[in-house]
Every structure is written in structure tokens, then in C-alpha cells.
Design a binder for this molecule. Structure first.
Ligand SMILES: [Zn+2]
Length: 274
């Protein structure tokens, strides 16, 4: 019997890490407490093809001395960490599944922070559709000085060859994959809902990304520490909305940067969950 499932596989990827004050993830935490958080991305195989969600750091901005000083020199005490080998983390992850940058149905980014948008440079030449919330791209492009002060690197996404697909609110971006506007962390941050498998009776997933970094953001409803143009407590609204979507469908809610949730180096930085 032919499968009716729109989503065939879901693979969680860790493309690097960042060593940062925990107060970025949990508002009003002791700023001296530090945490090493994974840099997340997703590969989802749908009936129409593979979808990549988020793209990790721009390796060049970390490894080149001048670019690192320019873009990461004094970035809120956040230290970027790449995997300990010379390959590009995103290209390596795609390669593990037999994919190149030209093989994807589409790409989506949760938001334009440098730890999520740094791999977009691979998709200017390929012409792959890139889904983003309209207000996120507008903030990054038209308010770029202020955006850089909040961790956007315009060089990551200001490419006239990128094939942007602008979303304004909630939308389906591929079979079985829905984008949900969860603004607050950034002006056009989006999270993603991925359907499960009816054939195998497996649940779906709600991927919060930076609407909530850690399990405790959701379990204890704690405001996030990184936000733009809202008050810290306003970030609880998207947290509660994602919880209610997960509860309504019986889906598992995955926070964006929790080291206990995303694949570890020992797991070779990827884990198939569906
Ligand atoms: Zn972020």
C-alpha cells in the first residue's frame, strides 16, 4: 500500500556550538552562569523532496582573523565553536545523506541570527527557494545597523541571488511542514510544525527554535533572554502558543538550543527521529 505520509524522515542536526551566558536563554538568570548550547538545524524528507531548516554559522566569519574580529569580536560574550575538523559543517551534514546544495526542495530559516543564517551563502548560486518571514528580512535588510547590534550579520543574507519566498504569518512551506510566526526573539522569528507518520503511528514535532532555547523555557514557562522590540514577558506568548499546538496534536515540543535534546558530537551530530 502506498504511504500517505507527507513526511518520510526527520533528522536533527547539530552544526556547531556556542559558549554563552545562560541569561541569553533564560531571562534574569545570573549573567556569570555559562552554558554550551548546540547550533541546531533540521533535514526533513517529504514526498516532494528534502527540506533544510536553518543553516548554522558562516564558517568563514569565525576562521578568518579579520572577519572574526569584525563579526564576532565583541558579540555579547558569545563564543562560536565549530566542529573539530576542516569541513563545512552544513555541507558535511548534507553529504552524510547523499545531498548537495542543488538537491534540496527548499530551505527555511527560523530567523536571521548569525548562528542560523550563516549557511545561506550556499544557496545564492543554487537558486533554491528560501522561506523566511517578510518582517524578518525587512528588519535585517532595512534596519541593518540595529539588526547587527542584535546578532544579525548582513553579509550572511544580503545576496540578490537568494531566491526568497516571503511568508507573512503562518503557512505551509512543504508537504507536512508548517511555519508558525513566533515573533519576539526577533521581529519575524518562526517555528516549525512537522507532521508525524500515520503509517508507522509516530507522533509529529513542534520545533520551537529560538522562541524557547531550553526545556525549562517551556516546562516552567520562563521568558527568554534575547528579544527585540518586546518586553521579556511578551516572549511567553509564543512559548504558550507552541505548547498548545503540541498539546492539541499530541506532538513533541523541541526547544531550539538545549544540549540535552540536540545530537551530541559522540552521536556524530545527527539523529534521525522519524
Ligand atoms: Zn537567535
Amino acid at each position: 500500500m502506498r504511504s500517505k505520509d507527507p513526511v518520510k524522515r526527520v533528522i536533527m542536526l547539530t552544526l556547531g556550538w556556542e559558549d554563552l551566558p545562560k541569561s541569553w536563554s533564560i531571562y534574569d538568570t545570573d549573567p556569570l552562569v555559562r552554558i554550551v548550547e548546540p547550533v541546531p538545524a533540521l533535514l526533513v524528507e517529504t514526498v516532494d523532496g528534502w527540506v533544510l531548516i536553518d543553516t548554522g554559522f558562516n564558517k568563514a566569519l569565525i576562521e578568518d582573523i579579520a572577519l572574526r574580529r569584525r563579526f564576532h569580536g565583541d558579540f555579547y560574550e558569545i563564543r562560536p565553536i565549530l566542529p573539530a575538523y576542516d569541513k563545512d559543517p552544513l555541507l558535511d551534514a548534507l553529504d552524510r545523506f547523499g545531498l548537495g546544495v542543488d538537491d534540496l526542495l527548499c530551505v527555511a530559516v527560523s530567523h536571521l541570527h548569525n548562528d542560523h543564517a550563516g549557511g545561506l551563502r550556499h544557496f545564492g548560486a543554487s537558486g533554491t527557494p528560501v522561506y523566511i518571514q517578510k518582517r524578518e528580512l525587512e528588519f535585517g535588510m532595512f534596519d541593518s545597523v540595529r539588526a547587527e547590534g542584535h546578532g544579525f550579520c548582513r553579509v550572511d543574507f544580503d545576496d540578490p541571488k537568494l531566491n526568497w519566498k516571503l511568508i507573512d504569518g503562518d503557512a505551509e512551506i512543504a508537504p507536512g511542514i508548517g511555519a508558525v510566526l513566533t515573533a519576539g526573539h526577533t521581529p519575524g522569528h518562526q517555528s516549525f510544525v512537522v507532521t508525524g507518520s500515520q503509517d508507522r503511528d509516530e507522533q509529529g514535532y513542534v520545533f520551537a527554535f529560538d522562541a524557547g532555547d531550553l526545556v525549562e523555557n517551556f516546562d516552567s514557562e520562563l521568558a527568554i533572554g534575547g528579544y527585540i522590540d518586546v518586553e521579556p514577558n511578551d516572549t511567553l506568548e509564543p512559548i504558550r502558543r507552541l505548547k498548545s499546538i503540541a498539546a492539541e496534536h499530541g506532538y513533541k515540543l523541541i526547544p531550539g538550543h538545549d544540549p540535552r535534546v540536540w545530537p551530541t558530537e559522540l552521536e556524530r551530530r545527527y539523529r534521525e527521529i522519524l
